[in-house]
Design a protein around this ligand. Structure first.
Ligand code: NAD
Length: 254
């Protein structure tokens, strides 16, 4: 990355008053959580892993659920810590310029880094909780994982006996409409949209980009590989944990 690109990105950030940020799996790879579609992505290496988050396969295949619970037990999300990229977004918040942080990630690392829950939209849910697919039961994931460790290969809901899953939005499920609205509202009202570590191929959240562009709002993309919207944005290629501290450095606290 040339210093000219970083300077341009910094001046966009410094000139903005209300910044909306969209983060994808790429912001957490330096915390040891693989993305799905990158060169070392989970699905790139094991195409079957996609089924663990597909609601139809999950509900219809008890063997798949047993494998999914074993996968959750060894999921790097359980031990991952925020990296310098997550921390740089906390610094952006402290400058008073962060209007909303929308994440497609389910790892909870923005909260762990110190992002305020009021400013955060976890559009695809989280792995902190388990939910029942038949009733309204929900509880800490750690307690359900303890049941798996104790020998229940596919633990059932303690209220109704239904199938349990993580509190993440699976393929084939709808996103919470309030989360989608918050993401779209932020894209429509911000004066800079910053997209980090996402292929921008996962909808409806990726719709934030055309919404912002439609308002004439500049878009800054930082990603290791090309994205769907590179032609319409200022693009920086490289590692987020290295670039974000540089881009957001020197912002005064509000
Ligand atoms: P993606 O896997 O489609 O794309 C990630 C992008 O980030 C890739 O283009 C990759 O080149 C880039 N990238 C990876 N590491 C990077 C780094 N250190 N610096 C800069 N760029 C980097 O991810 P997506 O578009 O966010 O969508 C995948 C879906 O998978 C999302 O819905 C998300 O919920 C889910 N997911 C979440 C996690 C997580 O919570 N950490 C991990 C994997 C997948």
């Amino acid at each position: 990355m040339t210093s000219a690109g970083i300077d341009q990105a910094r001046s966009l950030v410094q000139g903005a008053q209300g910044i909306a940020v969209l983060t994808g799996a790429g912001i957490s790879t330096d915390s040891g959580i693989p993305d799905f579609r990158g060169p070392k992505g989970l699905w790139t290496r094991d195409p079957d892993a996609e089924k663990y988050s597909s609601i139809d396969f999950y509900l219809s295949d008890p063997e798949l659920r047993v494998r999914a619970w074993q996968f959750r037990l060894s999921n790097p999300v359980l031990v991952a810590q925020p990296n310098a990229g997550h921390s740089a977004l906390v610094a952006l918040e402290h400058s008073g310029k962060l209007q909303r942080l929308v994440t497609q990630n389910i790892d909870g690392l923005h909260l762990a880094a110190g992002t305020s829950p009021e400013l955060l939209t976890e559009a695809h849910g989280n792995t902190r909780e388990a939910v029942c697919t038949s009733c309204t039961w929900r509880g800490p994931m750690s307690e359900t994982l303890d049941r798996v460790r104790a020998g229940e290969a596919d633990p059932a809901c303690s209220e109704c006996g239904g199938i349990l899953k993580s509190a993440t939005v699976f393929f084939g499920q709808s996103l919470d409409p309030a989360c989608v609205q918050a993401a779209f509202d932020a894209a429509a009202s911000c004066d800079l949209l910053v997209c980090l570590g996402s292929t921008l191929a996962v909808y409806p959240v990726a719709e934030m980009v055309p919404i912002a562009l439609g308002e004439g709002t500049p878009v800054l993309i930082v990603n290791a590989e090309r994205t769907e919207f590179d032609e319409s944005a200022l693009v920086l290629r490289g590692s987020l944990s290295e670039l974000l501290p540089e881009i957001f450095s020197g912002l005064s606290e509000s």
